[in-house]
Design a protein around this ligand. Structure first.
Ligand SMILES: Cc1cc2nc3c(=O)[nH]c(=O)nc-3n(C[C@H](O)[C@H](O)[C@H](O)COP(=O)(O)OP(=O)(O)OC[C@H]3O[C@@H](n4cnc5c(N)ncnc54)[C@H](O)[C@@H]3O)c2cc1C
Length: 481
């Protein structure tokens, strides 16, 4: 490490990578410090990448593809290959751009000095003009649950399971909980999914959520809504989750998937007046500046939306602001969501519930996966999971307001949705990735079938203009750094 850098980035996940690549390409001297021995962040090692690799392997297993071992360890070996390929790729970005990458735990010694403590005990202290915290988050662990017990895991340690359990209880039915419910059920493992709320994934439309619950139950996932744990016991025989409703759920393993905590503790932030909330999220302004204007924070450590793509963009925006003092770019208002349950879900924009609350008139179009040629194809190949899956689109005026889709195997689900973000319905229709046979569902269009009952509702010019602008940049195609 050198004594002085223009920018020091702490954390090499998507947030840190976005910040680092932006700063280095602006000709600055940059170091990135990560406590992991390999770059990529939780995203690559414990979050997005391994979970999606597992999910993909489950899909392949369902399709009976050769080379997929029907046990968790086999799946993990496949996931690890994907992780390592990602690490190699990302390491190449840093090497090619001559970024100093340091494997150490970083703390802020004072407002301009970062202390890097390597696992070997070596410590280095460097000055930085600007500091960007991209330290991510970790699974929330309540103090009364014994995570030292090998049968109790969270979304990080579930990746270290050494044997395939016969049964698993997943406490928490958010995105991570639902995705892992699909993964474990896909392996034939008995799954209890405990939801502390009365519906799964309440940020989605009721119709989609109900369909997801139906499909998960069909697959054999036992869902219990509106339950809360009282205590958890684990021994050699298994784990017992005692619920406040007096039920006791027993299984081989418990996966705790109930929220996350920002990695902002013990970093010296308090001494600098940098505020954090009770879940460890660092408080920042619209430019991602903390209370110390030259110290920025991006990605999961600042809380929502807690998505890899958002973290990357936040990193870029913070670096631009740090280097130039301005940044006009912001996260898009409606971030497309991809949820890799079985069936998969993607969504964009407001729900019907929100539109109704906001008194926005809208119409709904439906298209069904089982009407598509691909569904026939899959059915003829003995696909037992070929479901009846709805897809909904709504529009107000000419603008596509939101889209929801749920089916067993959408390709590029977020991409499909992103392509339609804010666009005129007709243009979306023309550019839709799965035309011609998936054009249904768009009110007024669709080669396969459609219920053309949408009506044009006039909308303010400003909103239409915004839609036009988005049309020019329908999807971000970022070249490799
Ligand atoms: C199971 C799961 C599935 C997910 N699936 C998706 C998905 O499908 N799509 C999606 O967009 N998002 C998904 N996410 C969320 C996504 O992984 C995060 O939003 C993303 O990783 C955040 O990136 P980040 O750069 O903020 O932090 P991270 O990726 O968490 O990286 C932070 C890095 O900082 C390091 N660090 C922390 N503290 C220090 C310190 N003091 N010194 C040095 N280094 C430090 C950490 O070790 C880590 O390497 C998923 C998350 C989980 C848990």
């Amino acid at each position: 490490m050198r004594d002085h850098y223009n920018v020091i980035v702490i954390g090499s996940g998507p947030g840190g990578e976005g910040a680092t690549m932006t700063a280095i390409k602006a000709g600055k001297r940059v170091a990135v410090i990560d406590q992991d021995t390999q770059v990529g962040g939780s995203c690559t090692h414990r979050g997005t990448i391994p979970s999606k690799a597992l999910r993909h392997a489950i899909q392949q297993l369902a399709e009976d593809e050769d080379g997929v071992e029907p046990n968790y360890e086999g799946l993990m070996r496949r996931a690890e290959r994907v992780v390592q390929a990602q690490v190699q790729l990302r390491s190449g970005f840093y090497e090619r751009n001559r970024v100093d990458v340091v494997s150490a735990r970083a703390t802020l010694a004072d407002a301009h000095h970062v202390e890097a403590a390597q696992s070997s005990g070596i410590r280095a202290r460097c000055r930085a003009d600007k500091i960007i915290l991209a330290t991510g988050s970790r699974p929330y662990r309540p103090p009364d649950v014994d995570f030292a017990h090998p049968r109790i895991v969270d979304s990080d340690t579930v990746l270290q399971l050494k044997a395939t359990p016969r049964s698993i209880t997943i406490y928490g039915a958010g995105v991570v909980g639902c995705e892992y419910a699909s993964i474990f059920r896909g392996l034939g493992i008995k799954v209890n999914l405990i939801n502390t709320r009365d519906k799964l994934l309440a940020f989605l439309d009721d119709e989609i959520v109900d369909a997801l619950a139906y499909h998960l139950r069909e697959q054999g996932v036992l869902i219990r809504h509106s339950e809360e744990y009282e205590r958890v016991e684990a021994d050699d025989q298994g784990v017992r989750v005692h619920l406040k409703s007096n039920k006791v759920i027993q299984s081989d393993v418990l996966l705790w998937a109930q929220g996350r905590t920002g990695n902002s503790d013990n970093m010296g932030l308090e001494a600098l007046g940098i505020e954090r909330d009770t879940r460890g999220s660092v408080k920042v302004n619209e430019f991602y500046q903390t209370a110390q204007p030259h110290i920025y924070a991006v990605g999961d450590v600042v809380g929502n939306p807690s998505l890899a793509s958002a973290a990357y963009d936040q990193g870029r925006f913070a670096a631009i602001h740090a280097l130039t003092g301005v940044c006009e770019q912001q996260l898009v208002e409606d971030i497309p969501t991809g949820i890799y349950t079985v069936p998969e879900i993607s969504s964009l924009g407001a729900t019907e519930r929100e539109l109704t609350t906001r008194k926005v008139p809208y119409e709904v179009g439906h298209a069904f996966f089982h009407h598509l040629a691909r569904a026939d194809h899959r059915a003829h190949h003995g696909d037992a999971q070929n479901p009846v899956s709805p897809r909904n689109l709504a529009r107000a005026g000419h603008t596509l307001l939101w889209q929801r889709r749920l089916r067993d195997y959408p390709h590029r689900p977020s991409g499909d949705v992103a392509a339609g973000r804010g666009q005129y319905v007709d243009v979306f229709h023309q550019h839709h990735l799965q035309l011609p046979d998936d054009g249904g569902g768009l009110p007024g269009g669709g080669a396969k079938r459609v219920e053309p009952r949408a009506r044009l509702i006039e909308r303010p010019q400003k909103q239409v203009a915004a839609a036009r602008f988005q049309l020019q940049f329908p999807m971000k195609h970022t070249a490799s750094p």
